[in-house]
Ligand binder design. Structure first.
Ligand SMILES: Cc1ncc(C[n+]2csc(CCOP(=O)(O)OP(=O)(O)O)c2C)c(N)n1
Ligand SMILES: [Mg+2]
Length: 283
């Protein structure tokens, strides 16, 4: 397994079997790969939301910003506008991004900001111990809904397509090689790159059996909106629907930042100095 000094000294407090471990490892390997391709870590900024997913920020030696619940995208917007040399990656939760931060997600996609949004979609509020989120399955019984919810889940892929995202895909924490490829492709995409990452929560929402039965791989990404729409709607979130994995839609479109040219507020040398310190101290 690759590490390349991307591991901090922080204790890991995720439950055994949590899908976050796989996402964390995939990210470390992608960062190592990007360094190899000439994108050094000081050009990457991680913006985390609040939740179990957000702890990724503590566990990695990557510069970034631990933001507020649901607010990764406004923070990422500010970073990109101030310094368009930086590649900004948001790690957000399903509660974080599809509930508290839903409006920001829609506007990020509408503007086609050049950022990457990775949603750790465990379909539950993990950190606050098991309340339902917009993607929880119908009938989900959680701490705040012991009788089971009577709503259909939100379909984030459909929403992102309608909102204007230029890269839309879906990964699964148990398909790590594919997940790595998807994350790297999303980061390298120019424009709003959105990945819904289905993730196991062994404590409050373990859908392993269901996913393993219904998941299959999409062939190739399409640029055709209508075809993508059909793909997005294929999983109707019922017990029967097939769940496609891969890049669903990819197109090129003008990015928001180009209309607001930034100055590059912090020089490369200063960023490198920060990174040296981060690595030396492993904070
Ligand atoms: C504005 C605001 N509302 C609520 C909270 C409390 N809160 C912290 S984490 C969290 C749930 C996180 O769930 P999710 O985003 O799905 O992340 P997970 O823990 O599942 O990774 C909530 C409701 C908060 N910190 N801030
Ligand atoms: Mg969650």
């Amino acid at each position: 397994m690759t590490d390349n000094n991307f591991t901090s000294r922080a204790d890991n407090t995720w439950c055994p079997g949590c899908g976050n471990f796989a996402i964390l490892q995939a990210l470390k390997e992608v960062f190592a790969e990007l360094e190899h391709k000439g994108i050094p870590r000081e050009e990457i900024v991680l913006v985390a939301g609040i939740g179990q997913h957000g702890k990724l920020f503590d566990l990695l030696t990557i510069n970034g910003f631990y933001s507020l619940h649901g607010r990764t995208i406004p923070v990422a917007t500010g970073i990109r506008l101030a310094n368009p040399d930086l590649r900004v990656i948001c790690v957000a939760g399903d509660g974080d991004c599809y509930a508290e931060g839903l409006d920001h997600l829609i506007f990020g996609a509408k503007r086609n900001l050049d950022i990457t949004v990775l949603v750790h979609d465990n379909r539950v509020y993990g950190l606050t111990t098991g309340q339902y989120t917009p993607t929880s399955p119908s009938g989900f019984r959680g701490r705040s809904t012991p009788g089971g919810i009577q709503e259909r889940p939100l379909n984030p892929l459909e929403l992102m397509l309608a909102s204007g995202a230029s890269f839309i895909g879906r990964g699964y924490s148990r398909h790590r090689d594919q997940l790595k490829r998807l994350i790297e492709e999303a980061i390298l995409h120019r424009g709003f790159a959105f990945l819904d990452i289905l993730q196991i929560c062994p404590t409050y929402s373990d859908l392993t059996e269901y996913y393993n039965k219904h998941i299959y791989d999409w062939d190739t990404a399409t640029e055709d909106f209508q075809k993508a729409w059909e793909k997005a709607r294929e999983w109707n979130y019922s017990a029967e629907g097939r769940i496609g994995l891969g890049v669903m839609y990819k197109t090129s479109a003008p990015v928001f930042e180009d209309a607001y040219p930034g100055k590059g507020s912090v020089s490369r040398e200063v960023r490198r100095a920060f990174t040296e310190r981060l690595l030396a101290e492993r904070i």
